[in-house]
Design a protein around this ligand. Sequence first.
Ligand SMILES: [Zn+2]
Length: 131
Amino acid sequence: MRRNTKIDTKPEVLLRSALHAHGLRFRKNLLIRLSARSVRPDIVFTRKKIAVFVDGCFWHRCPEHGTKPRANGAFWQEKLDRNVQRDREADAALSESGWTVLRCWEHEPPEDAAERVLNALPRRGGPGSNT
Ligand SMILES: [Zn+2]
């Protein structure tokens, strides 16, 4: 039942295991149906309404590695523009529905990305609490 070969690309797998190492539980590739559109984040904390995407540097135009292919420049320009636009639309649709959106780059060390996710999650118990 593996139709989508983009699922489980390496950076996502690494981030998921880093999060598991922190004892977190989440859903992966869950389809979230919003009024405007449906989105499928890489990692979803359903109850906390946090959606995490791991974006590929090329496809999502990372500022460090988002190179523009020289061959068929116009074709790629348009294709990548559309990708980035879709990302922003998904972000907007999610936050309008009360979701917190986190985007990590595939070049980001998984531990750093996991740290950002941890920081976005509500803390269990306040300072000084042992729960
Ligand atoms: Zn990058």
